[in-house]
Design a protein around this ligand. Sequence first.
Ligand code: PNW
Length: 452
Amino acid sequence: MAIHPRPLKFPRNFVWGLATAAPQIEGAAFTDGKGSSIWDTFARQPGKVKNGDNLDVACDHYHLFKKDFALMAALGAKNYRLSIAWPRIFPTGRGAVNRKGLDFYQRLIDSMLAHGLTPWVTMFHWDLPQALEDDFGGWRDRRTADAFATYADTIVITYGDRVKNWITLNEIVCFTRMGYGTGLKAPGLKLPEQIVNQTYHNALLAHGHGLRAVREHGGKGARVGITDNIENSIPLTETPADIAAAKAQFVTANTRVLEPIFKGRYNPAYLRAAGADAPKFSAGDLEHISRPTDFLGLNVYWGDFVKAGKNGHPEVLPFPPSFPTTDAVWQRHTPQSMYWGPRMVAEIYGVKSIYITENGAGYLDPPHSKTPIHDLHRRDYVRNYLRELHRAIRDGVPVKGYFLWSFMDNFEWEDGYDIRFGVVHCDFKTQRRTPKLSARWYSEVMSANAIV
Ligand code: PNW
């Protein structure tokens, strides 16, 4: 008897896509009037980015976008998540708009649509105009959120006739705490906790402005949400006690961003614990921040295991040194995060529509190769996560789409160009793109609407 595995089908109209971000692929860092971003500056400081790599050329997508969209279309992609570079539109973050920057994204969006790709646009993916850092202290000051409001209005007014899916911000923690607290990312500062908490608050204000801009200028059918890289809690065992403990841990870990957005308040326990370090805010701020969104974007890469400890208190388990990771050492192989992350935001915050806006695997694939990269490792990482996503949807979690990070190898922030997340290989010397095994496989997944 022949055995045919039952295909794990996804719901009808499930959105499959590929994701990138402007600063990681565009290059042309100073072309056509673009201003410096804090990442352009950060990359020039010795020791901040691996190998002294910078964003100047990256994948040169600024000049090669038509070829890139042709390749995406050839792989059968219908949805593409990209970001707009704020310093291309406003080179100093505010003031005079840069016509050439605006025109670039007109051409880009036209080309995307001509290739049958629906754009999902992130307004801000970490590339803050350097001038706002210099003049205001960047996210430390709410004038940066005010400048963002004008930027958001400008891009929604300009592109809103063709862009219907908007994401206000990508991963608040990565440009607040990691930029101003741990200093691992731009602008690379190590400042006291009160300031860090204020950067979160100012970022949330910017999110509110992004929402408002889409409601005011987005036109018919416009939808808007935010992308968060939640800290996932995976119950060690799927028993009521561990699940309850993991949920409690999830609330504590994600309170700064999710609670203001979905509950219109800072969690009292968070404010108590922060004490004098709590952010300064008004009630009006929280109303602005908690305007209703249309969906929540989640970037899911890994999660912590949690068990019910003494009196049911959550206990986060340490990872033993041999626990499998990708070559991005923070990326523990924990596919269950793709089940529990979406499930918890749906259960705890009542989120009705979730998109996985990023998931993928970083490995040290060779920089040059005569033959397509045989990345069984990346293929299997993604496949295992997709099985857990399928399980979540089967259990009723409202996940509507999945974007693989990333379309092609690119500038991996402080890790430079060594760690590669692409399903398409980019040879940074020749700018040749070559689909890896994972791209061929994902192409089949998209067309079958099932895990193949
Ligand atoms: C995301 N973590 O960052 C970013 O949105 C992308 O720009 C980036 O290239 C991609 O993931 C891969 O790193 C993250 O430690 C960085 O959990 C770190 C974490 C998650 C996401």
